[in-house]
Design a protein around this ligand. Structure first.
Ligand SMILES: Cc1ncc(COP(=O)(O)O)c(C=O)c1O
Length: 426
């Protein structure tokens, strides 16, 4: 830890002070031999669990053959095979094309580049509470100021921000369902007062907002947004970097909303922890940028693509079914706890992508950020790694591996419950 502090800047933050020796399934062991149940999965990169044997085996096999030749220099099959699979499994019954990059932020950058190129329009509309990454365009699209944007401006031009369907704290002070999802209809007004629809290349949204607080909009929200997009020739980009790859109990969260994006972005769990992200979209859109306009040295590294192919096989096996059951089990537990603890203002999410918003009291809904921080700390001390999120850092979220064993889930939840009681009563 002393060396970490001496040689690495404080900017790259740490949620726990532990150093890992090994990780398997949903358990992390630190260098001192202490075990932790992992409800964080490396911030959602381990949907298939830490180090599944099949993934480890293809990583070894691929490393023996070749590690990287750069797709732009000498092509290789795993890249093609994974692109074919992504084009098959992503929603939309139309020809698609996919290319790969290294991180979620880079996928966002390339989604935006492609949309601007294809539409010849400059503007991008993003949502309040959005998180899209830390590179400059991704950071511009991100909504939360502290800590992400603070001190890093100026940001990119031509980004506009719409309110999101955050029903627990409706930006319009309305209530679902009597609101008829006014926040989506408001897009038409937005085009009058903020940016002309014909200047907008794309609207980008997370189907379930991740860092912004695990906010799942009402079912009809995205259908309305998408149909307004269609009316004005605006592309609809879904950022599934956190919500995709089975996290919500479906392969992609947008499937819950019956909307088909023009461009779908993937990352995080796509390669079981290896750096890989994808941009998948309608073939005619993806084909627009000229040769050499897109790419990067490491994008679609063969080891990561091999891992990605195994992840897709695992997800299309029993894991999705397990994810649905896990979601139901976790939701029931949280709802039962909510009946006992005033501090649990809102339990929400889709499938096993569940967040719990902590508040000082349910009337005022004053965010209980310090209590959420205390809960995360106490849980870690007792052997459970769990994360918080939300604009006010007051949302506890679970991103546990979807294959978590029943007894590990039990151990983790027991720690969470005990410490929730203590935090609620302090
Ligand atoms: C929805 C979403 N988009 C993009 C990103 C950025 O991904 P990365 O950290 O791999 O750049 C994240 C990361 O949390 C995310 O949750």
């Amino acid at each position: 830890m002393a060396l970490r502090q001496e040689h690495i800047p404080r900017g790259p933050f740490n949620i726990t002070p532990i150093f890992v020796k090994k990780a398997k399934g949903a358990v992390i062991e630190d260098v001192e031999g202490k075990e932790y149940i992992d409800f964080a999965g490396g911030i959602g990169v381990e949907n298939v669990g830490h180090c599944p044997e099949q993934v480890v085996s293809v990583i070894k096999e691929q490393a023996e053959q070749y590690i990287h030749t750069c797709f732009h220099v000498a092509m290789y099959e795993p890249y093609i095979e994974l692109a074919v699979k992504m084009n098959e499994i992503t929603p939309g019954n139309f020809p698609k094309k996919t290319f790969f990059v290294n991180s979620g932020a880079e996928a966002v950058e390339n989604g935006v580049k492609t949309a601007r190129y294809a539409t010849k329009r400059p503007a991008i509309v993003a949502f309040q509470n959005a998180f899209h990454g830390r590179t400059y365009m991704a950071l511009t699209l991100t909504s939360q100021i502290k800590p992400y944007k603070w001190g890093f401006g100026p940001f990119c031009p031509e980004v506009y921000r719409m309110p999101f369907a955050y029903c627990y704290r409706c930006p319009f002070g309305l209530e679902y369902p009597v609101c008829h999802i006014y926040c989506a209809d408001y897009l038409e007004d937005f085009f009058v007062g903020h940016v002309a629809a014909e200047s907008v290349a794309a609207i980008i949204a997370e189907p379930v907002q991740g860092e912004g607080g695990f906010i799942a909009p009402p079912k009809g929200f995205f259908r309305k947004i998408k149909s307004i997009c269609e009316k004005y020739g605006i592309l609809f980009i879904m950022d599934e970097v956190q919500s995709g790859m089975g996290r919500t109990g479906k392969l992609f969260a947008c499937e819950h909303f019956d909307v088909i994006p023009d461009i779908l972005l993937t990352g995080k769990s796509i390669a079981a922890g290896l750096p890989l992200a994808g941009i998948t979209g309608k073939a005619e859109i993806m084909e627009m940028p000229h040769v050499g306009g897109l790419g990067g040295t490491y994008g679609g590294n063969p080891i990561a693509c091999r891992a990605g192919l195994v992840v897709l096989d695992l997800l299309r096996g029993e894991l999705l079914e397990k994810a649905v059951q896990l979601g139901e089990k976790a939701r029931d537990r949280f709802l039962a706890l909510q009946r006992q603890h005033e501090i649990m203002g809102d339990v929400r999410g889709l499938g096993p992508m569940i967040g719990v918003e902590l508040v000082k009291d349910r009337q005022s809904k004053e965010p209980a950020g310090d209590e959420a921080g205390e809960l995360v700390k106490r849980c870690y001390e007792k052997g459970l790694i769990i994360l918080r999120c939300g604009l006010y850092h007051n949302v506890i979220r679970i991103l546990m591996p979807l294959m978590i064993m029943d007894d590990e889930f039990e151990r983790g939840f027991t720690i969470l419950e005990e410490n929730l009681k203590e935090v609620s009563s302090t």
